[in-house]
Design a protein around this ligand. Structure first.
Ligand code: URA
Length: 252
């Protein structure tokens, strides 16, 4: 059970002050009865709440897919730079949202934004084996030798050992992505699958084999693939099925 005003704030109805005013004015109903006390305890998953005659579609947590553009920080807020949260449309913004797993400022593609900490933890923990697939353009040719080194497990110059990773020269995704991204082998383009999230991991893995990443995009997390209908910078909610696809770990 939670305070009514807190529930309304969590659902982006307004600030604490604004929702308290709505409640005190008699514009909020719980199970069909006007409730004028902001401190009333309510279970929003059991009771039906309506605000100004409109029933509240209570969502404990939200899960958002963003096609992250380059030049934007994967952070909740920053004094100087634009963040992925700033990019969300107003109606999607609510308290507690954060990017689940950071992408570098210049990295683009699939980013999950949520307010569910447990979900983010499970998605990011290497122990859960949720693989993230990246498309990397490098400054040189990707060879079998590189593929073998990735498979053995890259060691960074500071001695950090990475888990074995898969490196492909052809897009390992199914249609329509295969034809979109991987019709032809481009010698300097690699597709990397990792389940860890070390700082600058993909860039450092390539550096360790003598290649510099010049463009990096995340294509998928688990079985969830970036929606090709989302333009750069756009976001949309994930449905339950898509959310669960993140934890499907089918091997390619
Ligand atoms: N690896 C990187 O080097 N950068 C990212 O943004 C993600 C993975």
């Amino acid at each position: 059970m939670e305070r009514l005003d807190k529930v309304l704030v969590s659902q982006n109805i307004g600030s604490r002050k604004e929702v308290q005013k709505l409640i005190k004015t008699g514009l909020v109903d719980i199970d069909g009865k006007v409730c004028k006390k902001p401190e009333t305890k309510v279970d929003p998953e059991v009771s039906s709440i309506s605000v100004q005659g409109k029933s509240l579609n209570f969502q404990k947590y939200v899960y958002i897919m963003m096609n992250k553009p380059a030049g934007v920080l994967s952070a909740s807020n920053d004094r100087n730079a634009e963040t992925v949260i700033d990019l969300l449309p107003e109606e999607m913004k609510r308290r507690g949202l954060f990017p689940a797993g950071r992408l570098d400022k210049d990295t683009t593609g699939l980013l999950i934004i949520t307010d569910d900490g447990d979900f983010a933890h499970n998605m990011l923990s290497p122990k859960k084996h949720v693989f993230k697939l990246y498309r990397a353009e490098t400054d040189g040719e990707i060879t079998q030798e590189h593929i073998d080194k990735f498979e053995k497990g890259i060691v960074f110059s500071d001695g950090t050992q990475c888990l074995p990773a898969e490196l492909y020269t052809l897009c390992p995704l199914e249609e329509p992505y295969k034809s979109l991204l991987g019709k032809e082998v481009k010698p300097n383009v690699g597709f990397v699958k990792i389940c860890e999230g070390k700082f600058h991991q993909v860039k450092k893995m390539f550096l360790a084999v003598g290649l510099k990443v010049v463009f990096l995009e995340r294509l998928s997390i688990g079985e969830l693939v970036l929606d090709t209908n989302l333009k750069t910078g756009e976001s949309r909610y994930l449905n339950n099925y898509e959310k669960n696809m993140i934890f499907n770990t089918k091997k390619t």
